[in-house]
Design a protein around this ligand. Structure first.
Ligand code: HEC
Ligand code: HEC
Length: 379
């Protein structure tokens, strides 16, 4: 009996030693199993109401995979476009067009949106129909006229590209390439697109002294006009409010008397929402022409002229843009005031965001889509 115990003891000891040895000589790829949490950094004045979720924690490896997938043309049905085709970094992640051609050349129904500070967005798209980055990502991937490919086909195509297995392993702990992981990785990357280095940010942080015209523009932007008291203002801050320069509400900003695009009503089915659209961010706005959901304005001057002089009456026109008798209020800015407002809007340009290597196309220098680099797979 005693012997028996002793033998058991030895076996146990040996077994433990083996485990220790195994740990000491664990090959490096196994040691890298756990992805590193991604450190989000942003100014306190952006607030902490962010859309991260425990379901999809951000990791360096996940974000890096997401960046590759954002620029991966093989996620489209004929390998011709990626997210980065319609969302180009140099244009603050839009594409300079009113409408954008999908993989099949058919144009989108609305203008591609600029992407920045999505971490604070709750309802994505012009009409707010997607409730999370994960939900949003599925739309362009599978839309019949955008990238036009089922998530299963995307996963199948990526499995055949050998460079992806290690990226998925690093991000998610195993090399299985699934629709869910594709979506999660891209959503992680989206959340890291933070823009907070514009002159306006530096002004908020006390690091930049605005020029006289920028300062006047800033005041106009945030001041409500009041004719009776002789107060000049453009009232933009009623909707594009706060340091993030957007708020999550929907408004009809007087573009059409009879809106052709239902806007928010597409989602809610309410007449009340017809022609109302999400108040989008104005960050990097000087880089994202043309403007509005249908790209109808080619320049910021044209946008300012609209708010100053051409607000149209309609059933759902925002209360901020009409008087008590329901007439549109056209604030009629002077040419000088318009120039001031424009100077302020240009203060919102973050030139480091559009050159930040963390957001750039990882394939750009690698001769991507040449046959030597990866083999192209056609479905
Ligand atoms: C063919 C052009 C095109 C492609 C490709 C495309 N998008 Fe878009 N994107 C758009 C358009 C158009 C909208 C606005 C759609 C709407 O509101 O109905 C949009 C909106 C968005 C938004 C919403 C931003 C906001 O503030 O609500 C995000 C995020 C986005 N796209 C990310 C992506 C990602 C990620 C991919 C790749 C998986 C992608 N897009 C591929 C054209 C495109
Ligand atoms: C009543 C709310 C409201 C007010 C006030 C307002 N906006 Fe807007 N703004 C919106 C909405 C909503 C949109 C999106 C509308 C659309 O695309 O149909 C928008 C869009 C824009 C765009 C285009 C964004 C893009 O990405 O294409 C610019 C630029 C803009 N506004 C500037 C201003 C300026 C400058 C002022 C002040 C003169 C102002 N806005 C006042 C609600 C408002």
């Amino acid at each position: 009996m005693k012997r028996h115990y002793r033998r058991y003891g030895i076996v146990l000891a040996t077994g433990t030693a083996v485990i220790f040895l195994a740990a000491a000589f664990r090959p490096p790829h196994a040691a890298r199993r756990n992805p590193t949490p991604y450190t989000l950094s942003y100014p306190a004045y952006f607030g902490n109401r962010i859309n991260t979720t425990d379901d999809n924690p951000l990791t360096n490896e996940g974000v890096s995979l997401g960046r590759h997938l954002f620029y991966e043309k093989r996620l489209s049905a004929n390998n011709s476009i990626s997210c980065g085709s319609c969302h180009q970094q140099a244009h603050a992640f839009t594409d300079g067009r009113a409408f954008s051609p999908g993989f099949d050349g058919v144009f989108t129904k609305r203008s591609a949106m600029s992407l920045c500070n999505l971490l604070w967005v709750r309802h994505f798209f012009w009409d707010g129909r997607a409730a999370s980055p994960e939900e949003q990502v599925v739309t362009p991937l599978t839309d019949a006229h955008e990238m036009g490919q089922s998530l299963d086909s995307s996963a199948r195509k990526l499995r055949a590209i050998h460079s992806y297995a290690p990226l998925f392993t690093a991000a998610f702990g195993s090399d299985s390439i699934t629709p869910d992981r594709i979506v999660r990785a891209i959503a992680q990357f989206e959340r890291t697109l933070i823009s907070a280095q514009s002159p306006y940010d530096r002004y908020i942080r006390g690091e930049y002294q605005p020029t006289v015209t920028e300062q006047r523009g800033l005041v106009l932007f945030y001041t409500n006009p009041d004719r009776n008291r002789g107060i000049r203002g453009a009232g933009c801050g009623n909707c594009h409010s706060g340091p993030k320069v957007f708020n999550e509400t929907y408004h009809n900003n007087g573009l059409d008397s009879i809106p052709t695009d239902p806007g928010r009503a597409d989602v809610t089915g309410m007449d009340y929402d017809r022609g109302r659209f999400r108040v989008v961010t104005l960050r990097n706005i000087a880089l994202t022409a043309p403007y509005m959901h249908d790209g109808r304005f080619a320049t910021l001057q044209a946008v300012i002229d609209h708010y100053s002089d051409h607000i149209l009456p309609s059933l759902t026109l925002s209360p901020s843009l009409k008087d008590t008798a329901n007439r549109p209020v056209n604030v009629q800015l002077t040419p000088e005031e318009k120039a001031d407002l424009l100077a302020f809007l240009r203060m919102l340009t973050d030139s480091s965001f559009i050159t930040d290597p963390r957001f750039s196309d990882p394939f750009a220098d690698a001769g991507h889509h040449t046959k030597t680099d990866h083999h192209i797979i056609s479905e």
